[in-house]
Structures are given as C-alpha cells and as structure tokens.
Write a protein that binds this ligand. Structure first.
Ligand code: THU
Length: 130
C-alpha cells in the first residue's frame, strides 16, 4: 500500500468520527509489518476526558487483534494547521511502535512525513522500568 493509499484510507475512516463536542474530526490508518491496515477515528464523550483519539483507536484495535509490529500511521484532519498527534498518542506510539513513520495530512492527496522521534525526543519508555 502506498503512502497516498494509507492517507486516503485514513480520510475514509475520518467519516466515522464521533466528534460532536469539538467538531474536530480525525481519522487514522495504521499499517503493520504484515501489511494489515487498522483504522481509527476520534470518539468523544459528554464527559470530555473520556474521549479517545483516532490514533489510539487504530493502535488499540491492532494490539487487541494480536499485532505488535507497525510500520506507518496516517493521521488526517481538516483545520487551521496540519494535524499532529497529541502528547498521549505520541507516548503510546513510543511504547508500541517506536520506529514508526507518521504521515500527516490536512487535505486529501497531500501529506507530510515525519518520524515519531522528531515529535517526541527523549521519550520515557519501558526501558526505564527494567
Ligand atoms: N484528537 C485526535 O483524535 N487525535 C489527536 O492526536 C489530537 C486530538 C481528537 C480528540 C478530540 O476528539 C478532538 O480531537 C479534539 O481534541
């Protein structure tokens, strides 16, 4: 699957976003080493803190189905700025997919590629606990 295919899958996933409180709709598509794709969208709660980001939905779906090796994640949202993953998602991606490539798209067909290590330098990790 090409980078643009993964981006387009994330835009499709964004259509399911349940973001009635923020109106900020996010989609994600995560591809594993074996080539399987897991999608996610943000799902919000009236008790705001219970909401979950699109990236974590995709990651938890994949982990809960036994996947442990990830190559790339596409994150898409429309807004003033190109989307970036929040701090909590950066941490979880560090925990489960430290070398992952991140594709960020604010418009279908356009994207920027970054490394997680650029978004979260000097991360806390499981290494500190061993
Ligand atoms: N959101 C995501 O889905 N991913 C991020 O990395 C940033 C924030 C969602 C959470 C919430 O539903 C809305 O965007 C506004 O914060």
């Amino acid at each position: 699957m090409t980078d643009l295919d993964l981006i387009s899958t994330a835009w499709q996933a964004r259509k399911h976003a349940s973001a009635q409180y923020s109106n900020y709709l996010v989609g994600a598509a995560l591809i594993t080493v074996s080539g399987k794709v897991f999608t996610g969208c943000n799902v919000e709660s009236s008790s705001y803190g219970l909401s979950i980001c699109a990236e974590r939905v995709a990651l938890f779906k994949a982990i809960s189905e036994g996947e442990r090796e990830f190559v790339r994640i596409a994150i898409v949202a429309e807004g003033k700025f190109t989307p970036v993953p929040c701090g909590a998602c950066r941490q979880l991606l560090t925990d489960y997919a430290p070398g992952i490539e991140i594709l960020l798209s604010g418009k279908p067909g356009q994207f920027e590629k970054v490394l997680l290590s650029d978004l979260l330098p000097r991360p806390f990790s499981g290494d500190f606990l061993r």
